[in-house]
Design a protein around this ligand. Structure first.
Ligand code: SF4
Length: 65
């Protein structure tokens, strides 16, 4: 799966980077971003949980082509 974060929606709550630090991190502006393009299979469950828990719905799964 692929995942991106809509920076304009992120409120920097810190949930996703603490849940899946290998996928999400904060940029210098204090917003989260996805630091990998394709999520490793063993981290997919954590990413799905992060998507559900994001209070602003900023994390979106991209359908692979
Ligand atoms: S969980 Fe959502 S609002 Fe919180 S840091 Fe991640 S993208 Fe931003």
């Amino acid at each position: 799966m692929k995942v991106t974060i809509k920076e304009e929606k992120c409120m920097g709550c810190g949930s996703c980077p603490s849940l899946v630090p290998d996928v999400f991190d904060f940029n210098d502006d204090g917003f989260a971003y996805a630091k990998v393009d394709t999520v490793p299979e063993d981290l997919e469950d954590g990413v799905k949980e992060a998507i559900e828990l994001c209070p602003t719905g900023a994390i979106v799964e991209e359908k692979s082509e």
